[in-house]
Design a binder for this molecule. Structure first.
Ligand SMILES: Cc1ncc(C[n+]2csc(CCOP(=O)(O)OP(=O)(O)O)c2C)c(N)n1
Length: 583
């Protein structure tokens, strides 16, 4: 059928089952937005910043498992999504970003709003394309969606010059696509799987260390079954939280820099570490040469490039975690590891996650109350920093796709737009963005998107008046010099703060007034006894609701493994940090 390139793109989106798009229009993509307007069947959400659009598409993808889509204009529109592409890339999230481009005839002329976006984004996309010949449009789009969602998922960018969008094409969409050199392995090698099971059966102190790959492959149920049969304890990465129930007795908590002592001691002591859909990143391993020093390593991953990248693997299996776990379940049996489980139980008893239980309003308490009020059933997005770590520690995620957080890149400003994507995907769900007062300001403009669509998103700011996580590092490792981390209104701020929490001027901005300016409900909470009531009111309101929790300014995330230290070397205070530095 004859149609314009723009119309063809819209037809393709429909054929790819895309029902929701995020973006901001601009000169070169007007024809595409015009077709979307006429088409009506695809919901279009205009954010206030392109970074908001790509994070919303990413939040939509993480909360559903479907591919998220955003459409932005050329030049600044396109460059504004770079952080979002890198965020999705680091966490293996399927996103397709369509960018407008200046007409093919003037590419390279420094035309108005021209940016070489395929050049700029090559390192932060799984793949990218520019459509230079109209006939290639359908096959490139087919490849883009295929690459984004298969194998180890990731973001794909398609750059669409204006003349491609306006010219006529005899449109036909291919049913299938083959890409030379790209053929992800799904089924694991059966011999390797047998070796895995033999190695497991011969171990005395096995431990499963699972990550976001389990969620991406939809293998949570298989993981749970495998654990129920074998009795092997489980720890999860930040990206993996929810892949195994957070309330299950076999769960040891998150591992790594802010993991539980139990999980980190277990890694240190285990004789077999079974990595499933996780990639041994430095926040997990600590000092690489001392990571799991007594262990053999099994690694199950769809990405062959991840195997033996950071840690030499004894038994690798390349493939999809769901398929491989199913085969493992068929030959799995109960292990005789009572002594090991006893040791772990003792750590659990001796080292629970704690915080001071007094009259002070502490952020961990707020997260615990959010857990209580939402019955553990909310979709939670986070910003980055202490707020993110307290959420990971104190909200028990029982389901996959319940925690939506920027793990690999650690993108401040991610949580609010990601919450928009998640809420659109799950209109009935209770959605919270647990935020820091620094991060939330990086995409605060998306409050307008929330209000425009009357999304009942709950924003819980754990307001400590600092770029808290950086301040914590300054407290522990920089002699308490709070350089450039104070966010209060003062001649010296942001600058150097030596007077934390005492005689300080008010926080800036006034988040309650800001919420009101965006037609949301704003509430400041300063007392511990008011937390639960505020949360109940917010959830009940079913309206955009911002809570500004004024928490203890110098609260720290503990335990903490200092960067570069071995996992068992955890510290919990400035004093511990000093001893660590002196040792
Ligand atoms: C875009 C971006 N810039 C800088 C950083 C470095 N960084 C990591 S955590 C953090 C502080 C975050 O402060 P806030 O949002 O107030 O959260 P808190 O740690 O206080 O909970 C900073 C600046 C980052 N992760 N992302």
């Amino acid at each position: 059928m004859k149609m314009t390139g723009s119309r063809a793109v819209v037809e393709i989106l429909h054929k790819e089952n895309i029902s929701q798009i995020f973006g901001i229009p601009g000169g070169v993509v007007i024809p595409l937005y015009d077709e979307l307007y006429k088409y009506q069947k695809i919901k279009l959400v205009i954010t206030k910043h392109e970074q908001g659009a790509i994070h919303a598409a990413d939040g939509y993808a993480r909360s559903t498992g479907k591919t998220g889509v955003c459409i932005v204009t050329s030049g600044p529109g396109a460059t504004n999504i770079v952080t979002g592409l890198a965020t999705a890339s680091m966490d293996s999230i399927p996103v397709v970003a369509l960018t407008g481009q200046v007409p093919t005839s003037i590419i390279g002329n420094d035309a108005f709003q021209e940016a070489d976006i395929t050049g700029i984004t090559r390192p932060v996309t799984k793949h990218n394309f520019i459509v230079k010949n109209l006939e290639e449009l359908p096959i490139i789009m087919k490849k883009a969606f295929y690459i984004a969602r298969t194998g180890r998922p990731g973001p794909v960018l398609v750059d669409l010059p204006r003349d491609i969008l306006t010219a006529d094409i005899d449109f036909e969409y291919p049913e299938k696509v083959t890409i030379l050199g790209y053929n992800p392995t799904i089924k694991g090698n059966s011999r390797q799987i047998k070796r895995v099971m033999e190695t497991i059966n011969n171990s005395k102190r096995p431990l499963i260390y699972a990550g976001g790959g389990v969620i991406a492959s939809g293998a949570s149920e298989e993981l749970r079954k495998f654990v129920k049969i074998t009795g092997i304890p489980v720890t999860l990465t930040l990206m993996g939280l929810g892949a195994f129930p957070g309330t299950d007795p076999e769960f040891l908590g998150m591992l790594g820099m802010h993991g539980t002592k139990t999980a980190n001691y277990a890694v240190d002591r285990c004789d077999l570490l079974i990595a499933i859909g996780s990639r041994f990143d430095d926040r997990i391993t600590g000092k690489l040469s001392m990571f799991a020093p007594h262990a053999k390593f099994i690694h199950i991953d769809i990405d062959p490039a991840s195997i033996s990248k950071n840690v030499v693997i004894d038994v690798p299996v390349v493939g999809d975690a769901k398929h491989i776990l199913r085969e493992m379940i068929e030959i799995a049996e109960r292990l005789n590891i009572g002594e090991w489980l006893k040791e772990i139980d003792q750590w659990k008893k001796d080292h629970p996650l704690t915080y001071e239980d007094d009259d002070v309003l502490r952020p961990q308490y707020v997260v615990e109350q959010i857990y209580k009020v939402t019955h553990g059933d909310a979709i939670i997005t986070t910003e980055v920093g202490q707020n993110q770590m307290w959420t990971a520690q104190f909200y028990k995620f029982d389901r996959p796709r319940q925690l939506i957080t920027s793990g690999g890149l650690g993108t401040m400003g991610y949580g609010l737009p990601a919450a928009i994507g998640a809420q659109f995907a799950h209109p009935e769900a209770t959605v919270f963005d647990i935020a820091g007062d620094g991060s939330i300001q990086m995409n605060i403009q998306e409050m307008a998107t929330i209000s425009q669509h009357e999304l009942p998103i709950n924003i819980a700011i754990l307001n400590n008046g600092y770029l808290g996580m950086v301040r914590q590092w300054q407290e522990f490792f920089f002699d308490k010099r709070y350089a450039a981390t104070c966010l209060r209104r003062d001649g010296r701020c942001p600058g150097v703060c030596n007077d934390p929490g005492k005689n300080c001027p008010p926080y800036i901005p006034d988040f309650v007034k800001l919420a009101e300016a965006y037609f949301a409900i704003g509430m400041r909470v300063e007392k511990k006894s008011d937390v639960e009531g505020a949360l109940r009111e917010a959830v009940k309101s079913k309206k955009p609701f911002l809570m500004d929790f004024i928490v203890n300014p110098e609260e720290n995330v503990t335990p903490m493994v200092p960067a570069g230290a071995p996992l068992h070397r955890m510290i919990s205070s400035r004093e511990d940090a000093q001893n660590y530095l002196l040792a």
